[in-house]
Structures are given as structure tokens and as C-alpha cells.
Design a protein around this ligand. Sequence first.
Ligand SMILES: Nc1nc2c(c(=O)[nH]1)N[C@H]1C(S)=C(S)[C@@H](COP(=O)(O)O)O[C@H]1N2
Ligand SMILES: [Mo]
Length: 258
Amino acid sequence: MGRNSKIIPGVDQTLLVKDAALLLPDPARRRFLAGGASLGALTLLTGCDVVDSFSAEDTLKQISKFNDAVQARIFNPNKLAPTYSESMIKRPFPFNAYYTLDEAPDVKAAEYKLELSGMIANKKPWTLDELYKLPQEKQITRHICVEGWSAIGSWSGAKLGDFLKKIGADTSAKYVRFICAEGYTTSLDMPTCFHPQTQMSFKFDDQILPRAYGYPMKIRVPTRLGFKNPKYVVGMEVTNDYMGGYWEDYGYNDYSGL
Ligand SMILES: Nc1nc2c(c(=O)[nH]1)N[C@H]1C(S)=C(S)[C@@H](COP(=O)(O)O)O[C@H]1N2
Ligand SMILES: [Mo]
């Protein structure tokens, strides 16, 4: 962990996060603290580029004003994440996992199947060819990692919410849990799955998703921290049971976004 960690020059991260929490009124403070109170969460909360700039002070100012943007991010589940221009895409985009790139799963297209389980009417597995036929769109958004770095990237793919409807998922269920090729797991609450920017991504920067970024499919969720964006997704389960996940089990709660 932490290979890519960036520290804001002259700023003590722990104190910044503490100060920010003090400035937040409840229930926002409780949600912030429950979610692991990280620099990443602060970036999502304020929309301030706190992780890779000198804007620690601006961030605190933004929170103390508790302006519309902050309120909307906390209380409106449909609020869109900001989008950026092509020229702002980070190349090469950082690779992050709990292992090095040479240990990343090497999923073979011919053998790939997306397995469906739980509260879904049609559990037929999907091949990659079938998935590629879904209508696709592109987003240029900021990926924010709980470890203290962020980067703007471009992802293309299908809306997860449309796919869930297509397979007859029970949308009154609480969660969708994602199972990855190497055993990583995470889950998203149902409203987040139906957020218009939550995507089953097949491409990065207009190219077939490279192995580093989760070939053949990742779930891109610009309104949640990076660890809620599973790569190498091989299974989806619709469920009412909260089952945690790799980072969730370290104490980063289901919230991890706003
Ligand atoms: N399968 C899988 N998905 C994962 C991870 C992982 O280790 N395995 N790491 C998560 C974390 S913490 C981050 S920040 C992003 C990194 O995505 P990137 O390599 O495309 O930058 O993937 C997330 N999804
Ligand atoms: Mo991350």
C-alpha cells in the first residue's frame, strides 16, 4: 500500500482531516468519520483538488462555508461527479492494487464469463462479445484513492443500472457485490449502481482496457473512492446482505463516497 502516496507539502494529513471533521456539521461529520475520514474522502466531499495541490486551506474554507456543493454531494445521491477535458487525462495513468503489476490477473477473453448470482431473474453468464454489444458511453472523471492520490482518466462502457435492469436484477435489494478474478471484492449500494455515471467499463483512454486497469471489465464509480471501483470483475451478486470487501474489512466503511 501507499506506493503512490502523495503528501501535500507542509501539511500534516492527519491534522487536516481532523480540522475538516471539526468543521463539518452533523450528520455530515458522522458520515465522514464513519467512512474512514481520509484525504480522499475530503476530496470527494469538497470537490477541491486537495490530494495533489497546495489547496489544504481552500478545502477547509470550502467546508466552513458548507456551501451548496458540499451539501449536494452529501445529500443528493444523483449529484454528478465533475467531468474534465481530454487534455487533463493523466498518462500514464497510475496502476494501484495490493500487489505489483506483474502479479495482476491475466484474464483470457475466450474463457471470460461474467457470472451472475443472487436476486437476479436471468442468471445466464455473459461473454465478452455479448457485453461489448451493450450501448457504450465515455466519461472523463477523477479517480480518487483513499491512499492519498488522484488522477483524471477516461473510461468507456455501459451504464451499470441499464445492465441490472436488463438481467432482471431485483432493484429493491440493498447491494450489488462484485467478485474479481484475483479474489478482491467490494460492493455498492443499489442507488449508487443506478447513478448515471456508474459504468461497466471496457475501455481506458479509447483503448481496450489494459491489464493494469482491470481487463476485461472494471466498474467505474466516480462518486466513490477508488477501492469501490473493482477491476477484473468476473461476478456480480445482488443481495440484501452486506458482506464487506477487501478495504471495507480494514475499516473503510460502505460509505466511502458521499
Ligand atoms: N480487483 C481489484 N480491483 C481494485 C483493486 C485491486 O487491488 N483489485 N484496487 C482498488 C484501488 S484501492 C484503487 S485506487 C483502484 C486502482 O485502479 P487503477 O489501477 O486503474 O488506477 O482499483 C481498485 N480496484
Ligand atoms: Mo485506492
